[in-house]
Ligand binder design. Structure first.
Ligand code: NAD
Ligand code: AKB
Length: 316
């Protein structure tokens, strides 16, 4: 069993991916790391170490000490936060990836690094966006993800590093809050609905975006990582899709459970970011190459979020 290290294990995706990997591979085989001195709850009982990935020597020390062979590198500054400090976002998103890719040359067997629908920009075809098309991202986050994809493919071609990647849509799960992105509204809205409070949405009612339940994102990530290397034809990053909706559409679905739920629209700078991203994405390459299929459409996603949040309130 290859030992796994997760960078950014306490974030929105890391929380759920760490728990799932520990369930599948055994607690002791999955080392969770993040900036915090102590882990968040929900990630299970395996080993945890504090790691700032901007300190490569500490990363290399953990690889040696734990005999790590696979790394899931999830740390990044997301789209909205990146616009507040573009140079810091570029530095973290790029330097950390290069640190991990370098370790892939002779220490690691496999690397996972997430990209995003943010690699696309205002010139990209908006509906059913193809795998290969005009990109021209105009956010610093999107620029860093596009550059990251080029680095991944380069390290695969030039050094044979087995790095794999997915272009996630907005991810929606109940175990952790979203971490500074443009799609965060689709997580926040559930917390307000459950609390029976009004939600002030920072996107407009018609902002259509691709979205995915966290369970599907975790399934896709592990599915891609477990695919035989020869079937992973795309070494930049795979388009990945499940469903698409607007704030108005998800509100209608939530109202099937909370008929009195109220929403008010107050679009801010994140609306422009949302406008530059696709409405929907063509992920047929992922479906063909490694058998990806999603489970949650809008109705199931809303049911699962409401049930999950209610349960976590009961258990806390
Ligand atoms: P997040 O912000 O919730 O979590 C990131 C984690 O990284 C945090 O726990 C943070 O403490 C940690 N981190 C930050 N700087 C670090 C550093 N210097 N060293 C070590 N750890 C550090 O983000 P997320 O939503 O979990 O996203 C994970 C990855 O998935 C990111 O690469 C993101 O771009 C990508 N992604 C996420 C979404 C989404 O909707 N959540 C969509 C597309 C792509
Ligand atoms: C964000 O909104 O920044 C992320 C993403 C889609 O990459 N959720």
């Amino acid at each position: 069993m290859s030992k796994i290290l997760i960078i950014g294990a306490c974030g929105q995706l890391g929380t759920e991916l760490t728990l799932k990997l520990r369930t599948l591979k055994g607690d002791d085989n999955v080392l969770a790391t993040d900036l915090r001195s102590e882990p968040v709850k929900f990630i299970g009982d395996g080993p945890y170490e504090q790691l700032d990935i901007m300190h490569p020597s500490r990363f290399n020390e953990l690889i040696d000490n734990y005999g790590i062979k696979e790394v899931y590198h999830l740390a990044a500054v997301l789209s909205a936060k990146s616009e507040q400090d573009p140079r810091f976002a570029w530095k973290l998103n790029m330097e950390s990836l290069l640190t991990v890719l370098e370790a892939g040359k002779d220490q690691l067997e496999k690397i996972y690094w997430p990209s995003s629908i943010a690699v696309f920009g205002p010139d990209t075809p908006k509906v059913n966006t193809p795998q290969n098309t005009v990109m021209n991202p105009n956010t610093i986050y999107g620029i860093s993800k596009q550059a990251g994809e080029r680095w991944c493919e380069y390290y695969f071609e030039k050094y044979g590093v087995d790095v794999r990647s997915l272009r996630y849509p907005g991810l929606i799960g109940h175990k952790a809050m979203a971490g500074g992105g443009t799609t965060d509204y689709a997580v926040d809205i559930f917390h307000k609905a459950i609390a029976e409070e009004k939600y002030e949405c920072f996107l407009s009612r018609d902002a259509m975006l691709p979205m995915m339940h966290m369970d599907d994102a975790v399934k896709a990530t592990i599915g891609l990582m477990e695919t035989p290397a020869e079937n992973v034809r795309i070494r930049s990053s795979y388009n990945l899709a499940a469903t698409s909706f607007t704030p108005a559409v998800i509100t209608s679905e939530i109202r099937k459970h909370y008929p009195d739920f109220e929403i008010e629209y107050a679009p801010d700078f994140r609306q422009k970011i949302a406008d530059s991203w696709p409405d929907s994405v063509d992920d047929s390459a992922a479906r063909q190459d490694w058998g990806w299929h999603h489970q949650y459409d809008l109705k199931e996603l809303v049911e699962k979020m409401i049930t999950g949040l209610k349960e976590s309130i009961v258990f806390n």
